[in-house]
Design a protein around this ligand. Structure first.
Ligand code: UD1
Length: 386
């Protein structure tokens, strides 16, 4: 019995070594990228571009269709210069169980057919965990971009997705040192962890010159440097009418002294009270990447509950108030321009007034948020052997 196990083990190891050796001698590495929801696009675009320049790497792009509106998805492919997806799973909306299950059922035959060496997933959305789980069970290596972030708030669906995806991943790409520390505390082998910096900032830097050409300020009749930009979509902030009402009252109050632009996420749009249209508040549809970046870069203040926007404001040195009690991106608070202000109007409004009075906290740019994170990821992927 013991001998049979040992023999099988030796055969497996020999086969794995042979496969690795074969790849080392020129077999292309096949990488399958997963995108699904809005924040995935700007993380994957620079990696696809970086890998395109590397010989011997074959890429396949799969869109799960978690986000499907032109304004939540298609416009990002144009703005970020991403190739069209090779495969579209078309899963759409549903409860968490329905959405994640649909993603899993639809991706399995694609992985069996394509047999990638690595599946690359990004961030913390349902597409991330759904695909990582299927790939891991098929014995396909998983690479996680934006690994190691932790809010320590287990009521956030994204936190569940982050922790479980990291547990399933073979290659963990962290955007900041706190990510490495979190993973070490969870017992993840440090040899799997690669501190590469922030790929979102690669996209931001590459797009800034084109964002400067955006006509969004004229279209919305805004003066650069003299408006606030707001976004809200976290379930904890918008699903409960009383919680949403409190934050809308904050935005109305700020809008009484300064124009506030509020591009509304579909989740929030569906829950807005009828007839909500306070003076000074510009309620608009979700924007494309370049227009949104143009607005962020010239805002006097950004108020948000998003994850990515905390990072973008830090990279742009724009003051940001995050209307949450915690953040999985502490480096934006410790190093950058972000402040966690919670959701109580008695705390948020005075914090906004401080910023508008010119007393915003000054920030610096975190380590390796330098526009070259995707190249570092490509280096690791190119040299990777299982
Ligand atoms: C998802 C992610 C969240 C991310 C956010 C960015 C999960 C668990 N959450 O949240 O981490 O910050 O994306 O946007 O994956 N809808 C549309 N059109 C679309 C997409 C969604 O109308 O193109 C509607 C859906 O029908 C649903 C609601 O918006 O009612 C929420 O969409 P969903 O994908 O469930 O989660 P998000 O709130 O977008």
């Amino acid at each position: 019995m013991v001998r049979a196990f040992c023999l099988r083990h030796v055969i497996c190891i020999t086969a794995a070594l042979a496969a690795a050796g074969e790849r080392a001698h020129g077999t292309p590495v096949k990488i399958l990228h997963i995108v699904g929801a809005r924040p995935n696009f700007m993380k994957m675009a620079p990696i696809i571009a970086a890998l395109k320049k590397r010989p011997g790497i074959q890429q396949i792009l799969v869109h799960t269709g978690q986000h499907y509106d032109a304004k939540m998805s298609d416009v990002f492919f144009q703005d970020l210069g991403m190739p069209d997806p090779d495969v579209h799973l078309g899963v759409g909306s549903g409860s968490h169980a329905q959405q994640t299950a649909k993603i899993m059922v639809e991706i399995e035959p694609v992985l069996l057919r394509e047999k990638p060496d690595i599946v690359l997933v990004a961030g913390d959305v349902n597409s991330t965990i759904g695909v990582a789980l299927v790939a891991a069970k098929l014995g396909i290596a998983v690479g996680h971009v934006e690994s190691g972030l932790r809010s320590r708030d287990w009521t956030m669906p994204e936190e569940v997705n982050r922790v479980l995806t990291d547990r399933l991943s073979d290659l963990l790409f962290t955007p900041s040192r706190d990510g490495d520390e979190n993973l070490a505390k969870e017992g993840i082998d440090p040899l799997r962890v690669h501190f590469v910096g922030n790929v979102m900032i690669d996209s931001l830097r590459a797009a800034l010159p084109r964002a400067k050409e955006s006509q969004i300020h004229q279209r919305l009749e805004l003066t650069k440097g003299n408006y606030a930009l707001a976004t809200l979509h976290r379930p904890a902030n918008v699903d409960e009418p009383a919680a949403l009402q409190r934050l809308l009252s904050v935005l109305s109050e700020i809008a009484s002294s300064l124009p506030v632009v509020f591009p509304i996420h579909p989740r929030t749009r569906a829950r807005l009270p009828q007839g909500f249209a306070p003076a000074g508040l510009k309620l608009i549809d979700p924007l494309g990447y370049l227009d949104f970046l143009a607005l962020t870069s010239q805002a006097r203040l950004v108020m948000t509950d998003s994850g990515g926007i905390q990072e973008e404001t830090t990279a742009l040195s724009v003051p940001c108030l995050t209307m949450r009690e915690n953040t999985e991106r502490p480096v934006t608070v410790e190093v950058g321009t972000n402040q966690l202000v919670g959701t109580d109007p008695a705390r948020v409004i005075p914090a906004a007034r401080e910023v508008l009075a010119g007393r915003a906290r000054k920030g610096a740019i975190p380590e390796l948020w330098d526009g070259h994170a995707a190249e570092r990821i490509a280096d690791v992927l190119q040299g990777w052997r299982r």
